[in-house]
Design a protein around this ligand. Structure first.
Ligand SMILES: [Zn+2]
Ligand SMILES: [Zn+2]
Length: 454
């Protein structure tokens, strides 16, 4: 379809999107014209079904997540969705604008992959499955152990998609993962326009052929992608959240392929009808997954209240520090994090601590990655998606509910990821062994024996 220069400009910014008026970086007059020509449609942001609100952007229909306020726009009392508030307020007096004219086509580009590494036998099989899924509009789960190298498994499939002029979305629950993946894809596909979207990022490439986005940012797209990859599909909080499904459903074109990546898929995902499952039970470097040790550490909560770090934990930290190994210590809550951190400071341990709402989180993680900080204390925020060379890992209070089987498998999966340091220590410090701890250890041992490693 040929558009006038003005509309072409609108199309570049808006096709494949569903945005609030305030999110559209164009003059009002252009928006009006696009509406008049039927390229753009406006629909209410909130919809009243029966006597219940539904948010059209995030799909939320939980009435407790809607609030009312006196609205400066419409000068009446108006409702808004709190669930997707971080993306800008969708209120009952506002509309979402969506592009309904044909999509702007993306050029097909040949031989885009500049990555020249080798795939392990497991990666190779999965890579072939990804290419097939890309061509045949399948739903595929790549069930890959932590450290299997699942990003590389995508490369050839993405190259196939780009050669057909397809647009690709990689959605992941975590900002850290978007930031880690972005430079790797830039390097591997230097000629593909790539956009990395997370809270606070700027979309410099509104028409990118490859979009890396957090689940929240995915909500801004509408029928935009031919291939959608959902990374860490089981990850908290989205496994409990319909909005991921809603966002991905709307971001996909009708005949899109979907690829799920997970080391710890939920049973509900595994029972999805028509799902093809491809397992990689061996790490890319061929070494086994480190099996966690269980270490009783007494009533650690009581110890902390008395301003003492559990003795076994102190000994463990000192032992690894003597060997100059980087140490990652997981704790079950932010309050424990603060307490542990202040006790470490008291004992003159150089360290940093991070949690989800920590504004300095990315700097601290980077400093630890660069080995400028020897010890990092963290909540489960770093349980997945991050790689630190030769890291040794302990979990304090591993019996706590927040450490589910999946969380513990992921945490153990931080150890031994590099071929130069393929082993390491993973210890669950506990005050009573939990079911999840046992299940995690069994899970890891089962994957090792499936991968042919005794
Ligand atoms: Zn209003
Ligand atoms: Zn919403």
């Amino acid at each position: 379809m040929k558009y006038s220069a003005h509309i072409q400009n609108v199309a570049q910014h808006l096709h494949g999107k569903r945005l609030l008026h305030s999110e559209i970086p164009l003059q009002n007059e252009l928006i009006k014209q696009a509406l008049k020509h039927g390229y753009l449609k406006a629909e209410p942001g909130l919809e009243m079904i029966g006597r219940r609100w539904t948010c059209r952007r995030c799909g939320n229909d939980d009435q407790t997540l809607f609030s009312e306020h006196h609205c400066a726009r419409c000068q009446t009392t108006c409702s808004y969705c709190r669930h997707c508030l971080l993306l800008g307020k969708v209120s009952s007096c506002q509309q979402l604008y969506l592009w309904i004219a044909p999509q702007v086509t993306v050029p097909s580009r040949q031989e885009t992959l500049q990555w020249r590494g080798d795939l392990s036998p497991g990666q190779k099989k999965a890579s072939e499955a990804v290419i097939k899924a890309t061509h045949e509009q399948q739903e595929l789960l790549v069930w890959a152990v932590c450290g299997a190298g699942k990003t590389e498994v995508l490369f050839h499939g993405l190259e196939a998609a780009f050669s057909q002029g397809k647009r690709v979305l990689i959605a992941t629950p975590r900002t850290d993962v978007v930031k880690e993946l972005y430079p790797r894809f830039m390097q591997s596909f230097p000629n593909i326009p790539i956009s990395a979207l997370y809270g606070g990022s700027k979309d410099k490439q509104p028409n990118a052929q490859l979009v890396l986005a957090t689940t929240h940012q995915t909500m801004r797209f509408y029928k935009a992608f031919d291939l959608v990859v959902i990374d860490e599909v089981d990850a908290f909080p989205f496994s409990y959240d319909k909005s991921l499904q809603y966002a991905v459903h709307h971001a996909k074109k009708e005949c899109a392929s979907t690829i799920y990546l997970s080391a710890t898929p939920s049973s509900s995902l595994l029972t999805t009808p028509n799902l093809t499952v491809m397992k990689i039970s061996r790490r890319f470097h061929g070494f086994p997954l480190p099996v966690p040790r269980f270490q009783w550490c007494g009533n650690w909560q009581k110890a902390l209240r008395k301003m003492k770090l559990p003795h076994v934990l102190m000994t463990w930290i000192k032992a690894h520090q003597q060997k100059k190994k980087p140490i990652l210590l997981f704790v079950p809550s932010i309050s424990t994090l603060h307490l542990v951190s202040s006790l470490l400071t008291e004992k003159s341990f150089v360290h940093a601590s991070v949690h989800a709402d920590d504004p300095n989180r990315h700097q601290a993680v980077q400093a630890f990655r660069d080995q400028n900080i020897p010890l990092l204390v963290t909540t489960t925020i770093l349980e997945r998606g991050v790689t630190f060379a030769d890291v040794q890992v302990a979990v304090l209070g591993a019996e706590q509910d927040i450490f589910t089987e999946a969380a513990l498998v992921q945490i153990a999966g931080r150890v031994g990821r590099k071929v130069e340091a393929p082993a390491g220590d993973i210890v669950f410090c506990h005050y009573g062994i939990s079911q999840a701890m046992r299940a995690a250890r069994k899970h890891i041992e089962a994957m090792n024996s499936e991968g042919g490693i005794k």
